[in-house]
Design a protein. Sequence first.
Length: 449
Amino acid sequence: MSGGAGNADGDAEPRTERRRAVVAKRVDSGEADLAEISQLAAAAGYEVVGELTQTRTEDAAFMFGEGKVAELRDLVRQTDAEAVIIDNDVGPYQTFNIGGELPKGVEVVDRFTLILEIFGQRANTRKAQLQVELAELRYELPRAEAKASLAKRDERPGFMGLGEYDESVERDIKRQISEIRDELESIAEKEEARREQRRDSGFELVALAGYTNAGKSTLMRRLADELAVDENDDRHRDLDTTAESQDMLFTTLGTTTRRAEMEKRDVLLTDTVGFISDLPHWLVESFESTLDSVYRADLVLLVVDASEPVAEMREKLVTSHDTLYERNEAPVVTVFNKVDRLAPGELAEKRGALSGVAPDPIAVSAKTGAGVAELRDRVEDELPDWERERLVLPVSDDAMSLVSWVHDHGYVAEETYAGDQVTVEFEAKPSIVARARAKAAELAPAESA
């Protein structure tokens, strides 16, 4: 997911002091890459003061080998780190064992706990807060008994924050999960009703998807007409006044919706939480409500950072397609963003290398605006076909109201007046054309040709 997955929800309050952390990762083979976990740590408010990697099979007790854990302990002491962030899914027993080897008070944080911490900092809407809480509970449920067992063994009631174990702990977590699901379902129903209101008003719904830091929020600001939507209108109660763009992971957690400037169509563009690699199914499911804005769109723009290596781009494209095509029926347009960072000839090379997973991408630079005009044209071309209609109406107050309504809900190619009649030639969604015909039929002596 998406995390993919800025900012409607805003950013966390800046920390006055950044906690010092050592980042570590174990891989079965090859070389461990700490770039992403270091970015995630920075996004959560940590200062990375040391790094440690190991290539070996997983140790059941410590994740790393015991000798490497000793190196980790020494590194923590040398750097005076307050936390160890491990870019792996570390089990509760492994967490306990590693913590027991570190200086007292040093926290052990695994990859998913770190992501949940970032999500919690970004969650400034009720929906986002509920989704974060749901993810935390789903993460905690299978660990509850193990944590409590460790607390008992270590004679530290409440070890890792759970408290002494009894059957009511699991029951309470399951009850909270059920209550949160119910509330999120209620929010989802209201959002679906809002989407249908927008469609009935002639809006096309376009969603931005892609990995975090691909530049979705910057691209949205390029495409959006910030003042074009009446935010007091019930159809647009979820609109905020700005869409933040920062070089930081997870600038977007919830969704941000803006009206996009197009030649003919009224388009509402929604930016969503960025996808991120190696997210477990339970975490993606927790943000299913946010992903509905992608699954239920009329068109999806899959934004990819074109400045990344081809292998990384391919991996992200394949994973994104798996996520999008699982439930999404709308067409997907791949957008190669950040082309201003490419050397001459590099774009053509990447187009060729990735033609199998991105057969017809459109290249843009959200930063400079290059290619954005072509993207607008592509959006209009890819959206569902409109119908053409010609209405001949008697000149009257009611007819003028209908003509105004057609202007608001479609694209008027020609409007002419002759004697006591007005002729309107326009294009619009089939549902809008049908409603225009019905309204015209009520006007006597109206006719449609």
